[in-house]
Design a binder for this molecule. Sequence first.
Ligand SMILES: *[C@@H]1O[C@H](CO)[C@@H](O)[C@H](O)[C@H]1NC(C)=O
Ligand SMILES: *[C@@H]1O[C@H](CO)[C@@H](O)[C@H](O)[C@H]1NC(C)=O
Length: 404
Amino acid sequence: MQSTTKSWIYALLYLTLITISLYLIQVWILSDALMVSYHRITSKKHPNLPLRFNSDGNFKILQVADMHFGTGITRCRDVLSSEFQWCSDLNTTLFLKRMIEAEKPDFIAFTGDNIFGSSTNDAAESLFKAFGPAMDSRLPWAAVLGNHDQESTMNRQELMSFISLMDYSLSQPNPPTKDPSDPTKQVVKTDIDGFGNYDLSVWGAPGSHLANQTILNLFFLDSGDRAVVNGIRTYGWIKESQLSWLRDVSKGHNKQENHQSQDITMVPTPPPALAFFHIPIPEIRYGPFRQIVGEYHENVACSFVNSGVLQTFVSMGDVKAVFIGHDHLNDFCGNLDGIWFCYGGGFGYHGYGKAGVSRRARVILAELKKGKNEWMGVETIKTWKRIDDDKLTKIDEQILWTST
Ligand SMILES: *[C@@H]1O[C@H](CO)[C@@H](O)[C@H](O)[C@H]1NC(C)=O
Ligand SMILES: *[C@@H]1O[C@H](CO)[C@@H](O)[C@H](O)[C@H]1NC(C)=O
């Protein structure tokens, strides 16, 4: 009897010792490794939301058009022969880092052909490298697709889902909509063409009476890749389903409420909006432009299908300026029916360009009106570009819109 009790006590002590040892091994040795890899796999880092104007009354966007990123070491195209040997995708990375450092934007908008599918055999790796500087900067950013992004291991739907899960990304595969079977739930809208149609709202300056209201909207649209119409090959275009969604969003903004208070402050007119997509609309090819600022060095490559994007924007009334990519040698802003359409200009070194002509990026600055004691709504929208030379020279500054 006594010896049984003894062996029970020994067994218990033994068990306690083993438990303590296992616990210590777990805490001291394994947990760090386990926790770190767990976080890496499962959690996306989120930027501070909502997007809002700074206390200095500004909201600055860096537009990056056509990075055409390959593997990270793919060679540059169309640079001088003296530059060729030491030039790769890493120059695109460096340019992006320098632009972020120089302009300190509040947000980065990538307008497609972010990766050059045909130059990489791993879309995920290419995306991580291409958007790396944006993620490292911890700035909120968003992207749409061009016509080349899907040319490797991911289709357009997979690309947008993947991009939406990257750190600090505000990109969405498509806009949210009410679940028909349960109206209290939101699901991704499926009855819309393309992937990467969404709207981001920017709220007023902290402390102002517009602090909890949207005072600037950013529309992102998928302009597709390629298509065959009546046996003829052409580029993609923005479809009626997308325009109809956009009209609804814009109408909704027209009677928006103060987001966080009982007091329903109607905003009299929809706040100004900016639109971002990749492929130019046909009117950019055929004009007539009222005015042009910047370089117009190649034919506009667009679809021959005109789905009425310009007409839609004109009738909505809130879109003041549109930012596109696709034609790397065009970096101009041209005014069509009172709306400015601006190219970003080729950014990436692995995309085509012109030897001796610097790669470039566009900056967009929205400035608020100063009231008696506080910031009001958007007063001015300006833009300029910087070229990738030693000084990141600033060029072609212009005003795109003023509220009065
Ligand atoms: C690319 O980057 C390398 C290394 O920083 C630099 O030496 C070279 O001049 C850059 N080339 C171009 C065309 O900017
Ligand atoms: C905005 O929302 C914050 C947080 O809910 C609140 O403290 C603040 O008073 C609101 N400001 C206005 C102008 O409604």
